[in-house]
Design a protein around this ligand. Structure first.
Ligand SMILES: [Zn+2]
Ligand SMILES: [Zn+2]
Length: 477
């Protein structure tokens, strides 16, 4: 027996799980690199392994890779190895390891990486590239649990728009009925399309000048009554609307009651039955003067400050210093804060997040689309280039291990609504990130921002509505 046999057996016994797993995969040359041996050559090491296999039959299974010719351990029987180890120990007292013989962990790792035949770095890369189970579980759960919203296909054919314009009767900017005689003479193709897609019909009024083309703002035009550009009205047959709604509500109902989905995800309990989402809560207040401490801690915070960007916006703005001085650092010990920023406020927003103790880890872009589903080319904001998107800084505080990673992307494509009304898609992203049942806060929110599971504060809300007894107790209404 080789003098190092007992050490090799002991090494196999102690590390058998790690040795068989990735990235080593039981390969003898790789195991040799990790073995704590100073004067043992790889050949001797492999010889020892063969020796052990001969002496203690069944202690491990060796397989040869047909392509590389590399020998690898596939299975280790620790009972047999243990017996062998004790035999060897009794026979010959295991030598004390000398100080000089010990190789530290970093050296072992470097030896693995430097090993000339080794594709160890590639294997590590492969492991790091792979999504973790928690991550896959979270996205799977999101896909099965979250309700879907309807997307009715849209027809973009100009000739259909023109034909439909001759068929519809518009009263007070609403399509009230169809002239069936015109409708039917236009052929099956057209009828089928109208019945199955949403169409946008030009809303031609006496003052409209068709030669000017489409209004840049379309349905969000502030001067719809005097604007001479072309605006559109959506036409969707009632039967089609009902069909989509019915299909979706059925799908969503199945999702909601599906007993097969009780997958555990970080931040969520296994079943929805044992917990409910709190109804929308709100407090009308001046955020600048409000005692934020009384609200407690949150796992996610959204803030949409009315940055003072010298534009005539239909709501009050507060200046940069006031925003910077808000004590937002008290709202979270760890979690995410999402801050909407515009133009030059981007730098200020980053500064503010840092001041409140956050690292800016991501930036979500909202690409704005208009009524006709096109990207917006004539925004109402922008000094040099028109703004066709908006930015949301994602600040991370602490190291929240409970956050569900890699479920959503950093892009929202959604239509614009009235000024500063942000897309609802964001709530879904945040809820999937921190969990449906965690405490979430929106600062500078308005009535359209109220949502189950969220507490909204802002000066344009209507009074106070609280369910959470903790906050109720602290806030004297
Ligand atoms: Zn069509
Ligand atoms: Zn207009």
């Amino acid at each position: 027996m080789h003098k190092d046999t007992a050490d090799v057996v002991n090494f196999l016994l102690t590390n058998h799980i790690e040795l068989i797993r990735e990235p080593l995969n039981g390969e003898l040359s790789q195991i040799y690199c990790l073995f704590d041996a100073k004067d043992l050559t790889e050949e001797s090491f492999i010889a020892i392994m063969h020796e052990i296999r001969e002496v203690a039959k069944g202690a491990f299974v060796l397989e040869t890779n047909p392509i590389s010719g590399e020998e690898a351990i596939r299975f280790v029987d620790t009972v047999i190895l243990n017996e062998l180890y004790h035999l060897l120990k009794n026979k010959k007292r295991v030598r004390q390891k000398e100080e000089t013989r010990s190789v530290n962990k970093a050296d072992k790792f470097n030896r693995l990486i430097e090993y000339k035949e080794s594709n160890f770095l590639y294997r590590i890369q492969h492991i790091l590239d792979r999504k973790t189970q928690a991550c896959m579980l979270a996205s799977e759960r999101a896909r099965f649990v979250y309700p879907t919203t309807p997307i009715v296909p849209r027809c973009d054919r100009q000739d259909h728009r023109a034909l439909l314009a001759q068929c519809v009767i518009i009263v007070n900017n609403k399509i009230v009925s169809l002239k069936w005689s015109n409708f039917i003479t236009n052929g099956d193709d057209f009828i089928h399309c109208v019945q199955n897609k949403i169409h946008f019909v030009p809303n031609i009024k006496p003052k409209t000048d068709v030669s000017l083309g489409d209004c840049s703002y379309l349905d969000t035009c502030h001067k719809m009554h005097s604007c001479r550009y072309v605006h559109y009205l959506p036409y969707i047959p009632q039967a089609l609307e009902i069909k989509y709604k019915k299909q979706l509500s059925e799908q969503n109902e199945i999702r909601a009651i599906n007993p097969a989905i009780c997958l555990y995800t970080r931040g969520e309990c296994c079943t929805n039955l044992s917990r409910y989402v709190t109804p929308p809560q709100w407090i009308q207040c001046d955020v600048r003067k409000f005692d934020l401490q009384s609200l407690g801690k949150f796992s996610a915070v959204i803030a949409d400050p009315a940055w003072n960007i010298h534009m005539n916006l239909p709501y009050g703005t507060c200046n940069d210093t006031e925003l910077l001085n808000l004590p937002l650092e008290i709202l979270q010990d760890e979690g995410v804060l999402l801050l909407w920023v515009t133009g030059r406020a981007i730098e200020l927003g980053k500064e503010s997040l840092q001041k409140w103790g956050y690292r800016v880890t991501n930036e979500i872009s909202w690409v704005k689309t208009n009524q006709l589903g096109r990207t917006i080319v004539t925004g109402r904001t922008g000094h040099w280039l028109n703004h066709s998107k908006e930015h949301l800084l994602v600040g991370l505080k602490g190291d929240p291990t409970w956050i569900n990673r890699n479920v959503d992307v950093d892009l929202i494509v959604a239509p614009t609504r009235e000024t500063s009304h942000k897309p609802d898609d964001l709530y879904g992203i945040v809820e999937r990130l921190v969990g449906l049942h965690s405490r979430k806060l929106e600062i500078f929110g308005r009535t359209h921002n109220l949502r189950p599971g969220w507490l909204t504060i802002g000066n344009q809300l209507d009074g106070v509505h609280l369910v959470d007894p903790e906050i109720k107790r602290k806030i004297v209404c």
